[in-house]
Design a protein around this ligand. Structure first.
Ligand SMILES: *Cc1c(COP(=O)(O)O)cnc(C)c1O
Length: 401
């Protein structure tokens, strides 16, 4: 497969000249993708266990989504929210009937969290409550409220002052949470499974305790499901997997299978606090993204991908737990649905490079964690193919280190 107009080298040259170099990029230009595979400009094929940083929840070029976009683009690409459109109503219905409440659409995870933070403060403003508590090692995005909510000092360096009114507490520690709540607290915001922070899985007991605390103190519980939503854990949303109902949930990443989109879902009681004039997003809920989102939901359902997610989750867990018995450099294996973290006793970045040389794309996060976010439609053969490569790479690191 080679549809490249120019070599990776020439594209890199163009970037050097015209693109702000704020990303560390692999020296490869990608040109085409199908399912779990993606091709570079030189025609090399890669098996991708981290497609689109989790956005490509159906892999590359999922047929129903491609067709839905093609059909929609002929009618309307964009219409502002001063009008009603069929695709926005249909996608909101698809999400809320599988989840809860009502939806507001925007364009990214950070934007969804910004809106959720505003919504929480609006909802509690008459009582003078505005403080938001978030968890250490969480990740909520790069805009000012979202990055302030992200309790990781490395993301705050050089950009102070941050937004006032945020407090941080240890993840999975109910007692610590209770201690930071005061009379001015309005909400708790957390990821049910911390993704960027290293695939840290909440205890169901902890989340139930957080819910109870929120009920007792009249706090809003906000789940950032930007990464855990849309079937990633084998249920439509992580809150269902854990059996703990939030008041507000934010979505993005896999929401429209790779088309930029974010959403806030809020209960019937909370939603009206986002009243006209207080919040908006020009591109939010545009027909193109909405059509892609509806086709994403339809694909997950028609192809039984929630079940496949759970099955493949078990296959990953089994494979890496087996490997852990053999390799002491594997400190811990953390798997929740198709969020997979292999925590090493050494930096994970060299393993990423070695996997790439062998045609497998994976990610490293939080220094030592090899992280995978494979698509929900990954096959058993692809799981085995990739896990074999990772095993080979980790064996080599274990013997050479
Ligand atoms: C990626 C991510 C975000 C930020 O999303 P963007 O679309 O990059 O703004 C927020 N929260 C979580 C949990 C994420 O994984």
């Amino acid at each position: 497969m080679n549809v490249a107009a120019r070599s990776s080298h020439d594209t890199i040259e163009k970037f050097n000249q015209f693109v702000i170099p704020n990303y560390r990029r692999y020296p490869i230009s990608l040109v085409h993708g199908e399912g779990s595979y993606v091709w570079d400009a030189e025609g090399n094929r890669y098996l991708d266990f981290f497609p689109g940083w989790g956005c490509n929840i159906l892999g590359y070029s999922p047929p129903r989504v491609v067709r839905a976009i093609q059909e929609q683009v002929e009618h309307l690409i964009h219409v502002p929210n001063t009008w009603f459109t069929e695709p926005q109503g249909d996608f909101a219905e698809a999400l809320c009937t599988r989840g809860f409440g009502k939806a507001f659409f925007c364009n990214s995870g950070a934007e969804a969290n910004e809106g959720a933070i505003k919504l929480a403060r609006l909802h509690c403003s008459s009582q003078g409550r505005y403080k938001i508590v978030t968890c250490l090692n969480g990740f909520h995005g790069r805009t000012y409220a979202a990055v302030t909510a992200t309790a990781q000092p490395k993301y705050h360096e050089g950009i102070q002052p941050l937004l006032p009114g945020f407090l941080y507490t240890r993840f999975n520690d109910l007692e610590a949470l209770e201690k930071v709540i005061d009379a001015e607290t309005c909400a708790i915001l957390l990821e049910p499974v911390q993704g960027e922070g290293g695939v840290n899985i909440a205890d169901a007991d902890y989340l139930r305790g957080v819910r109870q605390l929120c009920d007792e103190r009249e706090l809003l519980l906000i789940f950032d499901e930007v990464q855990t939503g849309m079937g990633r854990l084998g249920s439509w949303f992580a809150y269902q997997h854990f059996g703990v109902q939030p008041d507000i949930m934010t979505l993005a990443k896999g929401l429209c299978a790779g088309v930029a989109c974010g959403a806030i879902i809020a209960t019937e009681g909370v939603a009206p606090s986002l009243r006209p004039g207080m919040h908006a997003s020009t591109f939010g809920g545009n027909p193109l993204a909405m059509a892609a989102g509806l086709a994403t939901v339809q694909t997950i359902e028609a192809d039984g991908l929630l079940d496949n997610c759970s099955r493949m989750s078990g296959r990953f867990a089994q494979s890496f737990l087996q490997l852990q018995k053999e390799l002491p450099i594997i400190r811990e294996v953390r798997v929740s649905g198709l969020m997979v973290g292999v925590d090493l006793t050494c930096p994970a970045t060299p393993a990423v490079a070695s996997c790439m040389e062998r045609g497998l794309l994976v990610n490293a996060t939080h220094d030592t964690v090899l992280r995978l976010l494979p698509p929900l439609n990954i096959t058993a053969e692809q799981v085995d193919e990739g896990c074999d490569i990772i095993a080979e790479v980790l064996r080599q690191i274990a013997t050479s280190g």
